[in-house]
Design a protein around this ligand. Structure first.
Ligand code: ZN
Length: 490
C-alpha cells in the first residue's frame, strides 16, 4: 500500500488532535458538570504565540514510540483467531489491557475466554462484562475504551443498550486505510514505532506509519527454534555460536537502516543484570541447548548475558537506541515485584558499562519511577519513555512528568507510546496522555516552577522533537520511503 508523505499526515494529525481535545472537553463537562481551566479546547493546526498551553498540546502530534499493532491487513482480512486478534467484534477492545483489570476484579478465566471467543453471541458477551464494569471503568485501561468508543463510534456510554451500535460502528470502521485514519486523525499521532510480536523485524506494508523495532528479545534469547530457522545472508543456519553471531550481524545489516531501535522485554523472565560474558564461555551452553541437552540456570544466564551484549553492540554499531522493558508486568497474577524493583539498579550498571549506547527505559519503570528519574539525571545515555505508563496509572504519570521536568534534562523524556495491539485503543491512550501532560505543565506553571512560556516551549520536544532526534527520524523517513521489501512485492 502506498503511503502518504508526512507533510500531509502532519496536518491530518493536527486536525485529529483538535478532535481529541473536543472529546476531552465534552467528557470533562459531562462528568464534572463544568469545564475546568486545564482541559484542552479545539485549536486545529495552529500554535499562535500566547495561546493556552492546552491548545498547543491539542494541536501538537505525538511521535508514538511504542506499539504492538498487527498489520492492518490482518485486521481487515480477519477470518478466525490469530495472534493478538482473538475476535472481530467490540470485545476486541476489552482484550488488551482491560482483560487484566477485569480478571483481577473478578471475571473468571472461563468467562474471559467466552468474552473474546468469536462464537459467543454479542449480547451474552456484554452480560459477562457488566457485573465487573463498575469496578474497572475508571482505571486507565477502562477509560481508554470509553474514550475510544466515544471518539470512534460516537457512543457516550457502554451498556446493554449501546453494545449493538458500538459493534456496528466497530465493524464499519475496519476497512483499508483505517490505521492511518485512527492514528493520525483520531489519536493525533504522526508515526508509530511497532515492536512486532511475530517476527524479530516486520516487513510492514506501511513503513512510514508503522516504523519497526528489531526485537533483540528473540535474537538474544536461548531459543533453539529460532537458531534452527533463521539463516544468515548466505542461507546458512547456525551450527555454533559463531554461526549465530553471523545471523545476528546479517540481520542488523539488512534491517537496521529501516529500524528505529532494538527492543527487548527480557525483564519479563529475568533480572537485567547482564554480565559481559565472553564468547568462549557462552559456546558450551549454546551447543548444549542446540542439541536439546539440559543446561543449568547459570549456563543459560551466561549465554543470555553474552547474547544481550552482542545484540546491544550490533544496535550501537548501527546507531540504534536500545529500548528495554522496565517495571510493571502486563497480564495479571504473575509479577515478581522483588525482581521488578531491582530494574533501576541493574540498569544503572548497564548505563556505565555501555556509555556509547542510548538506553530507552520504558514504562517509567513503574512503580519505581523516582529511581528512573535519578538515572535520567545522572547518566547521559539514559532516556525515559512513558509508553504504557499513562494507562497503568494516569495520575502517577502526571506526577512523574512534574517531577522529571524540574529534576532531569527535558531532552531525555519521551511522553507517549500506546503499547496496544488493537489500534482503536491508541485513541483513548493518546487522549489520556494529552490530558495528563496538560495538567502536569499547567500545574508546574501555576505553582511557579515554570513560566507559562517555558511550559509552552517544552510541548513540541516532549511530544515529538525528542523522539525525532533520539530515533533519528529525519534519516529514517528517507530510508523508509523506499524500502526494498515493497519494491520486490510490486
Ligand atoms: Zn509493549
Amino acid at each position: 500500500m502506498k503511503e502518504k508523505p508526512t507533510g500531509i499526515s502532519r496536518r491530518k494529525a493536527l486536525a485529529g488532535a483538535g478532535t481529541i481535545a473536543a472529546t476531552l472537553v465534552m467528557s470533562a463537562a459531562g462528568n464534572a458538570g463544568e469545564q475546568t481551566s486545564s482541559e484542552p479546547t479545539p485549536q486545529v493546526g495552529r500554535r499562535p504565540r500566547g495561546s493556552r498551553l492546552a491548545d498547543v498540546i491539542a494541536a501538537t502530534p505525538f511521535v508514538d514510540t511504542h506499539e504492538h499493532l498487527v498489520e492492518e491487513e490482518r485486521r481487515i482480512n480477519w477470518s478466525g483467531p490469530v495472534g493478538g486478534v482473538p475476535c472481530n467484534d467490540w470485545a476486541l477492545l476489552f482484550s488488551h489491557y482491560l482483560d487484566s483489570d477485569l480478571q483481577v476484579a473478578g471475571l473468571s478465566g472461563k468467562d474471559y475466554a467466552a468474552l473474546i471467543s468469536p462464537d459467543t453471541p454479542l449480547d451474552r458477551k456484554w452480560a459477562l462484562v457488566e457485573p465487573h464494569w463498575p469496578a474497572v471503568n475508571n482505571t486507565g485501561y477502562g477509560q481508554v475504551v470509553r474514550i475510544a468508543v466515544r471518539e470512534l463510534y460516537g457512543v457516550d456510554e457502554i451498556n446493554a443498550r449501546t453494545i449493538p451500535r458500538i459493534n456496528e460502528n466497530y465493524r464499519s470502521l475496519i476497512k483499508p486505510g483505517f490505521y492511518a485514519k485512527v492514528l493520525r486523525e483520531h489519536a493525533g499521532v504522526e508515526s508509530c514505532q511497532v515492536n512486532a510480536l511475530d517476527a524479530p523485524f516486520r516487513e510492514t506494508s506501511q513503513p512510514l506509519l508503522l516504523m519497526q523495532d528489531i526485537s533483540i528479545l528473540s535474537l538474544g534469547s536461548a531459543n533453539a527454534n529460532l537458531w534452527r530457522s533463521l539463516p544468515d545472508s548466505s542461507g546458512q543456519k547456525a551450527q555454533d555460536l559463531a554461526g549465530w553471531h553471523r545471523v545476528i550481524d546479517d540481520y542488523f545489516a539488512k534491517y537496521a537502516p529501516y529500524a528505529v531501535a532494538a527492543k527487548t522485554q527480557i525483564a519479563y523472565s529475568r533480572r537485567l543484570d547482564f554480565a559481559d560474558v565472553p564468547a568462549e564461555q557462552a559456546e558450551a551452553p549454546f551447543k548444549k541447548i542446540l542439541a536439546k541437552e539440559p543446561v543449568t540456570p547459570a549456563e543459560r544466564k551466561a549465554l543470555e548475558d553474552h547474547l544481550f551484549w552482542y545484540c546491544v553492540r550490533q544496535a550501537t554499531k548501527h546507531g540504534l537506541p536500545v529500548k528495554m522493558h522496565t517495571g510493571y508486568y502486563a497480564g495479571h497474577g504473575g509479577m515478581p515485584l522483588d525482581r521488578v524493583v531491582q530494574n533501576p539498579a541493574d540498569v544503572s550498571n548497564l548505563l556505565r558499562q555501555a556509555p556509547d549506547t542510548t538506553f530507552v527505559l520504558m514504562h517509567i519503570g513503574y512503580p519505581c519511577q523516582e529511581q528512573m528519574i535519578s538515572l535520567a539525571k545522572h547518566y547521559h545515555n539514559a532516556v525515559i519513555d512513558m509508553c504504557w505508563a499513562w494507562i497503568i496509572s494516569p495520575t502517577a504519570s502526571e506526577r512523574f512528568v512534574r517531577d522529571f521536568l524540574v529534576t532531569a534534562p527535558a531532552n531525555k523524556l519521551l511522553t507517549f507510546g500506546g503499547d496496544y495491539i488493537p489500534v482503536e485503543c491508541v485513541v483513548g491512550h493518546a487522549a489520556i496522555a494529552r490530558r495528563g501532560l496538560t495538567r502536569a505543565l499547567e500545574g508546574l506553571a501555576a505553582d511557579g516552577w515554570l513560566s507559562r512560556s517555558d511550559a509552552i516551549d517544552l510541548v513540541e520536544p516532549l511530544m515529538r522533537g525528542n523522539a525525532r532526534r533520539i530515533f533519528n527520524l529525519d534519516q529514517k523517513e528517507r530510508a523508509l520511503a523506499n524500502v526494498p521489501w515493497l519494491k520486490s512485492k510490486s
